[in-house]
Design a protein around this ligand. Structure first.
Ligand SMILES: CCCCCC(=O)CC(=O)SCCNC(=O)CCNC(=O)[C@H](O)C(C)(C)COP(=O)(O)OP(=O)(O)OC[C@H]1O[C@@H](n2cnc3c(N)ncnc32)[C@H](O)[C@@H]1OP(=O)(O)O
Ligand SMILES: NC(=O)C1=CN([C@@H]2O[C@H](COP(=O)(O)OP(=O)(O)OC[C@H]3O[C@@H](n4cnc5c(N)ncnc54)[C@H](O)[C@@H]3O)[C@@H](O)[C@H]2O)C=CC1
Length: 721
């Protein structure tokens, strides 16, 4: 069925014109909608039979904001003329300054431009539980349509800056307490109450309030300045590298000092500057890339329906198993947690309890919900409870034989519909399922640590995994608030494989004489939360040593074999786990660089002997970023070339959510395309000539560089999906 897009106006016998936005699924403000709104408001203002106006959205959703596709169009073309002029023409002149009263009838959500339109109305009536907010900063821009000016005037400056800087939405219930919503009514009464409210304003029974002209919630100039000072500190803390967080405070201040209208004009000017920024390009890309992961050819378009998953068995209550169990329990899924002995089982259960209590103490979960979640957990030491589970997630130690035996056993003890998933981080799924006859229901459910907090779920399919099983796991992933990304089967899958050169490049630089703490600091300045050495400490160097040979076996032609990890372990430094790695970890204080580790690095340098002429190389910070991240881009090219991901943007999302690659850089492939494949290719070629084949550009990169094509443009037929 074709989507019904447009703005309609129905004038009732009561003299109220109901203007309705229709643009499924979220009634976003696409260009025809904005044109339609202008036309209908003009019409309503001119018609003699219209005394008052109600603005609403179709299908239970008021409006999800300005059409983000337009930003993408601006990014592709650089043409700002597709951005409509709305703040004054539509929102001030036709709406707020209209002589006829306007009431917003809000249901479902009013976000960004949606809330901004509602705030330009003279009153707002809402159904319960509507989501209200200005999330524009997450897209690298600032609120438009006068949102920066009207929100502080409706909810107060401190609350408004908080909502805007943190992109935090509130419910209509909270909105009512704050004065953003004038009345809260059941959905069935929304339109009738809104009509009545509009007529009450028209007849002088209720006040005719224009938000932009209000000053009662702003306080004195000195009070406002004190609040803005705090906001600047908050912006510096949460988003030091984001231009929009700092710009929005200037825009709000303009309105406080020179009046709301002046603020609206500045808002429009700053908006147009920011929409062209690299930050906006990266964040808008991430917005669409994340949604694209939900579309998996031959799975989500195959007419299948996800089967209910009510009971899940998790095997292994260690670091990952306990985190996975926590995530399931928090979404009301019954969990059977299996361990090898009572001691380990108790440890696993205690970890789950600790995870859940931690959420309660941080105010993220109520005591009631915590109790309910824990009541759904059952610890076991055998397979009796597996007879009616819908899914098993195996999270035992990374040992091929153990996993093979477990899967063979699972085939016997689980019902035939049961999904058999493994959380392995490196082992080939075909190898894990080798001893079974159930290859169609074997799938990788690769969570990231800590599994109850990290949002990425890499769903690894082999050539035998059935579409139904993939769909079911995607549905479970979404139910437990993860972002599932479906990838193909190879050593390291998409994320770990793409990033395995990250640590290796860092080791090479350290062996070439570059200070490791400088490397970490350059990489965190680039935007990753941890540099490669601190990340190694966090993961534990034992793991690093264990997985090294697995990667070496398949990707040995492009490995830098560094003795550093082994030397580190020999010196008793396992990483954060035992309080010592490259850094010193003490309870209650930040990790401190440990100068005594430099003797270990020196030993490694002696063994590798790669410093040219025995002297440390001299590199700029930019060169450090390139030497560490261009090899990652190079491996990403191989992942794309081999069809391990469906689309390049899936790797962007996986890198952002799995490796914390900065979202404002759009993900690893998007970032590389912004720099340009030709430049990356040439730099890697130079590096490989100087430092060896570790940096050798891949065929895919070379081809894109020579043909002037972006890396994101896939044309490979070698898909594993
Ligand atoms: C001169 C111009 C000045 C402009 C100033 C201004 O006001 C700027 C803005 O308003 S920017 C936009 C602000 N709004 C948002 O950031 C909201 C973004 N959307 C969401 O957070 C969510 O989509 C949601 C909460 C509205 C709905 O969530 P879900 O129900 O989980 O659905 P979904 O996220 O999967 O989305 C469904 C499809 O809808 C598309 N979509 C959502 N919002 C928008 C939008 N604002 N513009 C365009 N498209 C939107 C989304 O991409 C999904 O599409 P699919 O093709 O189905 O993947
Ligand atoms: N540690 C990490 O950051 C990540 C690990 N993984 C993968 O997750 C899996 C588990 O890793 P971790 O949780 O770190 O290991 P872990 O060592 O913390 O936990 C493994 C647990 O499995 C238990 N176990 C062993 N055999 C068992 C059996 N037959 N039945 C029930 N329990 C059994 C052990 O007693 C132990 O408690 C591995 O495959 C690993 O590669 C995946 C993503 C990230």
């Amino acid at each position: 069925m074709a989507k019904k897009i447009g703005v309609t106006m129905d004038v009732g016998n009561d003299g109220v014109a109901v203007i309705t936005i229709s643009n499924p699924p979220v009634n976003s403000l696409a260009s025809p909608i904005i044109a339609g709104l202008k036309e209908k408001f003009r019409d309503a203002n001119q018609r003699n039979d219209v005394r008052a106006i109600v603005l609403t959205g179709n299908n239970g959703r008021f409006c999800g904001g300005f059409d983000i596709n337009v930003f993408q169009q601006v990014h592709k073309t650089g043409d700002l003329s597709v951005m409509p002029e709305v703040s004054v023409d539509l929102v001030c002149n036709l709406m707020e300054d209209s002589r006829k009263p306007l009431v917003a009838a809000v249901e479902g959500l009013a976000l960004g431009g949606g809330l901004e339109l509602a705030m330009a109305c003279h009153a707002r009536v809402s159904a319960p539980k509507a989501q209200l907010g200005l999330p524009e900063l997450t897209l690298g821009v600032i609120p438009g349509f006068g949102g920066t000016q009207r929100l502080p005037r409706l909810v107060g400056l401190a609350k408004a800056t908080d909502m805007i800087l943190l992109s935090k939405s509130i419910s209509s219930e909270e909105g009512q307490k704050l004065g953003l919503i004038d009345a809260l009514v059941p959905p069935g009464e929304l339109l009738s109450t809104s009509r009545k409210w509009a007529l009450d304003i028209a007849d002088g029974r209720k006040p005719f309030l224009r938000s932009l002209h209000r000053t009662d919630k702003i306080g004195s100039l000195s009070e406002a300045r004190a609040i803005l000072k705090n906001s600047r500190q908050l912006a510096k803390k949460i988003a030091p590298k984001m231009p929009q967080h700092h710009a929005v405070i200037e825009v709000i201040e303009e309105g406080i000092v020179h009046g709301g209208y002046s603020g609206v004009l500045k808002e429009a000017e700053v908006f147009r500057q920011l929409v062209l920024s690299d930050t906006a390009k990266g964040l808008v890309h991430v917005f669409f890339a994340q949604r694209a992961t939900s579309k998996v050819p031959n799975v989500t378009d195959a007419g299948l329906k996800p089967r209910p998953i009510k009971k899940v068995a998790v095997i292994g209550g260690g670091l990952m198993g306990s985190g996975i169990a926590t995530a399931l329990l928090l979404s009301n899924i019954r969990v059977v947690l299996k361990e090898i002995n009572p001691e380990y089982l108790m440890k696993g259960i205690k970890t789950v309890e600790g995870n859940i209590k931690g959420l309660v103490s941080r105010g993220k979960l109520t005591q009631d919900k915590a109790g309910k979640a824990l009541s759904l957990l059952k610890g076991v030491l055998d397979y009796t409870e597996f007879k009616d589970v819908d899914m098993v997630i195996e999270a035992v130690i990374e040992n091929i034989q153990l996993k093979q035996n477990i899967f063979k056993e699972l085939e016997k003890v689980c019902p035939p519909h049961c999904i058999l998933a493994s959380n392995t981080s490196t082992i080939d799924l075909n190898v894990i399922g080798e001893k079974t006859n159930s290859k169609d229901r074997i799938v990788g459910a690769h969570f990231f640590s800590p599994a109850h907090l990290m949002t990425l779920l890499e769903i690894v399919r082999s050539e035998n995994t059935s579409p139904q099983v993939i769909l079911d796991l995607m549905a479970v992933g979404k139910a437990i608030k993860k972002v599932p990304v479906v990838v193909g089967n190879c050593i390291g899958f998409a994320v770990n494989r793409t990033f395995f050169p990250y640590t290796q490049a860092a080791h090479m630089l350290a062996n070439l004489g570059v200070d490791l703490f400088r490397i970490d600091s350059v990489i965190t300045s680039f935007g990753l939360p941890l540099g490669p050495f601190q990340l190694g400490d966090l993961a534990g160097h034992g793991i690093g040593l264990a997985v090294g040979p697995i990667y070496a076996k398949v990707y040995g032609d492009r490995m830098f074999r560094s003795p550093l990890t082994e030397l580190l372990l020999k010196s008793g430094r396992n990483g954060k786990i035992n309080g010592r790695g490259y850094y010193i970890y003490e309870k209650g204080s930040k990790p401190k660089p440990d100068p005594s580790v430099l003797s270990v690095v020196e030993e490694s340098r002696k063994l590798t002997n790669i410093m040219p002429g025995g002297k440390p190389i001299s590199v700029t910070d930019k060169e450090i970023v390139e030497m560490i991240l261009f090899p990652v881009v190079n491996e990403a090219c191989r992942v794309l070339d081999e069809g391990v991901v469906i689309r390049a943007s899936d790797l962007d999302i996986a890198s952002v959510l799995g490796m914390s690659f900065p979202s404002y850089r759009g993900g690893i492939v998007f970032w590389a395309d912004m720099i340009g494949p030709k430049y990356i290719y040439e730099r890697l070629k130079e590096m490989s000539e100087t430092y060896g084949s570790f940096f050798k550009p891949s065929r895919y990169l070379e081809e894109r560089a020579t043909k002037g094509m972006p890396l994101s443009e896939l044309k490979s037929s070698r898909s594993r999906l």
